[in-house]
Design a binder for this molecule. Structure first.
Ligand SMILES: [Zn+2]
Length: 426
């Protein structure tokens, strides 16, 4: 007797379960790209080691590395043998062909604009900085600034603009990196600016833009403490407060690429007014304009209001160092709010490390022992140690380096991604 079909075993209304993952997700890169990225990460690596690390046959590595050498992306380098030095054939390792491409990275900020040029292996060739005049810029003004800065850093590096493969630009604010749109930035007068497209047209080069805090996280991931970490946070304190978060070795951006706005996390209902137009945001208590606002009121510094904000902050810091109780309390209060923000990051994401970065990290009151113990009190208590907090006051050059890493990864993706191979095969 044939088994009776129940409703669930008929084809009618059958639905699948489990996540609908596209066949090739972001993390499952083609093997050719994985070979290239491992060579770049290692600096120099023998083929045998590549095969071992990737868990593939030496024959596959030989084929793929030959393709990459033919394409001019990697090269063979004679490496000294460990055991029989001086005898027989020299061992050969693979390395990135540094002169294959050059890219520029830029950080546009409220204070000054910084640019670097790096080679395909990520090595710095030249850097340059130009001061900026205060106040938000129009789109034509920012394009002019970008073109001027790029011309100057190219001259310093002894390269033509047309020698560059791409430009990465970091700026503060709400930036959609995939679409190249800046929805809001303190350095732009207009909202919803298609900056990547406009700069690409102006420079005649592919331009990629991103939020500056994401690029500091990218710099840590490429060049710094984050190279070997899968999950970590970078919190930046500058004119505003930002966060870049690395999840599973990649920058986490959110569904619309606008996530991780730590500076606009609410820490007080109906609290202090923020630059974004809302109230109670973390940065309205921690960023430099928040400190300056407190200083002009509490220390009766109304006459200093016309001073540049960094001069005013230096003066506030000097007063705190000299023992002025009011000046000290201003930094301490900011530090307590920072503790609230950091404890929320720990409770939400459980990172293995939190890096504090940016110009304001010179003001050690912000992360005094009190701040850290306050943070410990607010983080959930599991009995396990909280993540270490590291201070990296690397300066703007690091941020520009992160922008260069963005350009490098986009160039690599364009050359090695499956889509690029399909186009090349047509
Ligand atoms: Zn805000």
């Amino acid at each position: 007797m044939a088994p009776k079909l129940t409703r669930s075993s008929s084809s009618e209304g059958r639905k699948g379960v489990g996540p609908l993952i596209p066949p090739l997700t972001e993390t499952q890169r083609p093997l050719r790209q994985q070979v290239f990225e491992l060579v770049r990460a290692a600096g120099l690596i023998p083929r045998v080691q590549l095969a071992k690390d990737l868990g593939v046959s030496p024959a596959s590595v030989t084929t793929l590395s030959s393709e990459l050498i033919e394409a001019g992306l990697i090269e063979e380098v004679a490496a000294p043998r460990d055991n029989d030095a001086g005898r027989g054939r020299p061992a050969v390792a693979l390395g990135v062909r540094a002169q294959a491409h050059r890219v520029a990275g830029m950080k546009l900020s409220d204070r000054e604009h910084t640019a670097v040029i790096v080679d395909f292996a990520g090595k710095l060739i030249a850097d340059e900085a130009i001061p900026r005049r205060p106040g938000p810029m129009s789109l034509p003004e920012i394009l002019e600034t970008i073109a001027t800065l790029l011309a100057r850093v190219c001259a310093k590096a002894g390269v033509e603009r047309t020698d560059l493969a791409a430009v990465g630009i970091g700026l503060p604010g709400f930036v959609d990196c995939a679409e190249g749109i800046v929805f809001w930035s303190s350095i732009l007068a207009e909202r919803t600016v298609p900056l990547a497209e406009a700069a690409t047209a102006r420079l005649g080069l592919p331009v990629y833009v991103d939020n500056d805090a994401n690029l500091v996280a990218l710099a840590e991931l490429w060049f710094g403490a984050g190279r070997s970490l899968s999950d970590f946070a970078v919190v930046t304190i500058e004119h505003g407060v930002g966060m870049g978060f690395v999840m599973n070795h990649r920058i986490y951006r959110g569904a619309q690429r606008l996530g991780m706005e730590l500076g606009h996390m609410k820490v007080q209902l109906d609290g202090a007014l923020c630059r974004c137009g809302q109230r109670g945001c973390l940065e309205a208590y921690v960023a430099d304009y928040a400190l300056a606002r407190e200083a002009t009121t509490a220390l009766n510094w109304g006459h200093k209001e016309s001073q540049p904000i960094n001069v005013l902050l230096e003066s506030l810091y000097d007063h705190a160092k000299a023992g002025n109780a009011t000046a000290k309390s201003i930094f301490r209060r900011a530090g307590r709010y920072l503790a609230v923000g950091l404890s929320n990051v720990i409770n939400l994401f459980d990172p293995s490390l939190i890096i504090l970065s940016g110009e304001r990290m010179r003001y050690d009151y912000l992360y005094a022992a009190e701040t850290l113990s306050e943070m410990d009190n607010l983080a959930i208590n599991t009995g396990r140690p909280r993540p270490p907090i590291e201070i990296h006051a690397w300066g703007d050059l690091l941020w520009a380096h992160g922008a260069a890493a963005l350009a490098l990864s986009e160039v690599t993706e364009a050359i090695l991604s499956p889509a690029a191979r399909e186009i090349a095969a047509q």
